[in-house]
Design a protein. Sequence first.
Length: 277
Amino acid sequence: MAATAVPAAIVYAEANDTEQSAFREAVKFGFSGEAIQGGVMIGDAPAGTASLSFDGDPVPVDEDGKFIIAFNRDAGQAAHLVATLGNGQTVRKFINIAPRKWQIEHVSLNRGGRTASESFKRRRAPELAQINAARSVKSDSAGWRQNFIWPVKGRISGMFGNQRIYNGSPGSYHSGIDIAAANGTYYVAPADGVVTLAASSPFTLEGNLLMIDHGMGLNSAFLHSSEILVEAGEVVKRGQPIGRIGSTGSATGPHLHWSMKWNQARIDPILLTGAMD
């Protein structure tokens, strides 16, 4: 059966041509969350699902059939889920991804672009290796299934996805959300997880960096801390104090930069928490 056009952010199922109409009605996917750039969706796989793939990549499914998928900041217009059942039959879902309008600022520089020095590159390489190693840790945390809370309340000073264009050349977009608060203010775990990185000394850009795995490929990073209160390998609970706000690394003032990823997709934390009260 050929796919038909549907409104943005609406998800629909399609069965193979050989499957009967009754089967198509009986086997369903369920979802909560938004199909939007930077968004996250929690899904319920069809009964009898033996394996699941998302745009060709395998997705783990919990014992009760729940799973998580997410859409990168620059995700295209559509994504494709395929559930393979124990009897070999497949069920497909096509997901239309709603675009977002990002705040773009054009900046003119006196010299052509910005280049990193060789000394910076030498310092940066081992830091990136630690970050990548932390992101490769896959814990059995169920934090991904929880309702996320704000790690701290304060003034939002930077939004996810904003970007500067330097002399016509795009710079890196803002990968998280910035929350300004007084130096030393406690921040807490937004959901259960396992600490995968607690920097023993400040990183060049991130300062004192803390990273937490929430399970199923979902992780959080907290930048610029004045103090980290937990250690690598420690299990943390939602609402538990895990650090203090600071301005270490590349920061102009005390704030918490909170970024999140699902596998390689950078996602917008505010879509998990909702607006700050």
